[in-house]
Design a protein around this ligand. Sequence first.
Ligand code: ADP
Length: 490
Amino acid sequence: MSTDSTKLAFNDGWQYAPAPESTDHIQIDDHYGLFINGEFVAPEIDRYFESINPATEKPLSNIALASEKDVDRAVKAARKAYTGVWSKMSGADRGKYLFRIARIMQERAREFATIESLDGGKPIRESRDIDIPLAAAHFFYYAGWADKLEYAFPARTPVSLGVVGQIIPWNFPLLMAAWKIAPALACGNTVVLKPAETTSLTAMKLAEVFRDAGLPPGVVNIVTGAGPTGAAIVNHLDVNKVAFTGSTEVGKIIQRSLAGTDKKYTLELGGKAANIIFADAAIDEAVEGIVNGIFFNQGHVCCAGSRLLVQESVADEVVRKLRDRMETLIIGDPLDKNTDIGAINSAGQLETIESYLSIGQAEGAEMYQSDCSVPDQGYWCRPTIFTGVSQSNRIVQEEIFGPVLAIQTFRTLEEGLTKANNTPYGLSGGVWTDKGSKVFKMTQKIRAGVIWANTFNKFDPTSPFGGYKESGVGREGGMHGLGAYLKLEA
Ligand code: ADP
C-alpha cells in the first residue's frame, strides 16, 4: 500500500509511516462451499460469486451461491440435529461447546481481524479491538446462560423454538454472526445462518471453528448468497424463527412474508441517531464522540450518530473543532494500524452515499468534506458534514450508511428532544452534558432503544439492543436476548 493512503493532509510536513498488518498468517481458499451438516459441501447448482477486497477491488475468493434446494438441505440438517442431539443435550453441555467456540475464536483472533478488514474494508484497529473481541465475548456470555435459563424466567419453563433462520448484514460480519448464533444455541435451538453477500469470509472461518470445536453436525449451518437465498430461509416452512439484521426496506419485506405464519421473529433495522450536545458538555470529548459515532467505521453502523444536534450557543465552536479534527483523520488501507476510516464496503454502497451527497446539496445544505487524500483504487468517501439543513431534508430523515453527518442546532432541551425524535427511526442516540438531570430527562424521552450519555457506540453482550418505530422489533443481547429464542411455558 502506498504511503499516500496514510497522508496527513492536516500537516503536509509529516506523515505516519505505514504500519500494515501482515497477511502472511491467513489463508483464504479460492472457493468456499456451503457449511451443511458439519462439512463444507458444493452447492446443488455449480454457481459461485466473487468476494472482493473493497480497498483494492481485487477478488479474494469465490463463494457458493445457495439455491432454495441448498437452503432446504441446510434446514433439514438443522432439524435433524435439533431433534436428535441438541434439544436433548443438557444446558451445561451446550455451554461447554459455546465456551470452546469462544476460546478458539480468541486463539484465532488475529486471523479473523485481518480477514474481516480485507473482506469488508473496515480499519484493522476496529476489527482487532471491537469486532472480534466482542464476537468472542458474546459466545462467553451466552455460554454462561445455557445451564441457567430457568433462573432467567422465574416460575416459567423456557423451551427452545426449534430451527432458527438468521440473516445478517455486512457492517459487522463476524460480530453479527456471533450475536445471533450464541443466544440461539444457548437456548437449545439449531441454526441456518446467511451472511451478507459482500462479507461471507469470516462466516466461513467461523464454520471451521464450529467443526474444530466438535459441535455436532447440523447444529449450525451456513448458507451463502444474496437476497433470494435469504428469502428462501425466511419462507421455509420448517423454520420456527427468523432473526434479521439489515435495512428497513428488507425488514418490511420479511415482516410481510411472515405475517399470518406462526414463526417468531426479531428485526434489527436502520437508524438515524442524533448526538445531542448541550452547551455545558465537555466540548472536546463530545467532538471525539461525534467522530467516533459517524466517521470511524465509515458510518457503516446502524446505530451511527449520523445527526448532530448542537445547542446554538456552542454550535460555531463545535463545528470549528469538528472540522479541525476531520482534517486529521486518516483514510486509506484498512490493514494499516494508523487508518481511521477504511473503504466503503461495496461499489453499490458508495453509489448510494454519493447520491445522498448530491441530494443534500440539491436540498440547499452546505457540504464540507475533509481535504485528505484517498487511494486511487477501491471505494472511498471522505468524511463529510452538512450544515444549514432542516428537519424535513432527506439527509436528516433517511439512513445514508456512510461517513456523512447532518448538523442542526437547537435552543431549548424540548426543541432538541423534538428534533431528535422526529425521524421514522429510533435505534440509538447520544446525550452530551455536564448535568446528570439533563441526561435523565433526555434519556427518558428519546424514543430509541439505546442511548449513550457522554460517550457513543459502546457495546457489551450483557446489554440489550434494538429499536423503536422503523428501527425494528424485539431486543437482542443480554437477558432480553434469551427471550427471543425461547417459548416460555407455565
Ligand atoms: P444492506 O442495505 O445493509 O445491504 P440488506 O437489508 O439489503 O441491507 O441486507 C441485509 C441482509 O439481508 C443480507 O444478508 C442480504 O443478502 C439479505 N437480504 C436481502 N434481501 C432479502 C430478502 N428479500 N429476504 C431475505 N433476506 C434478504
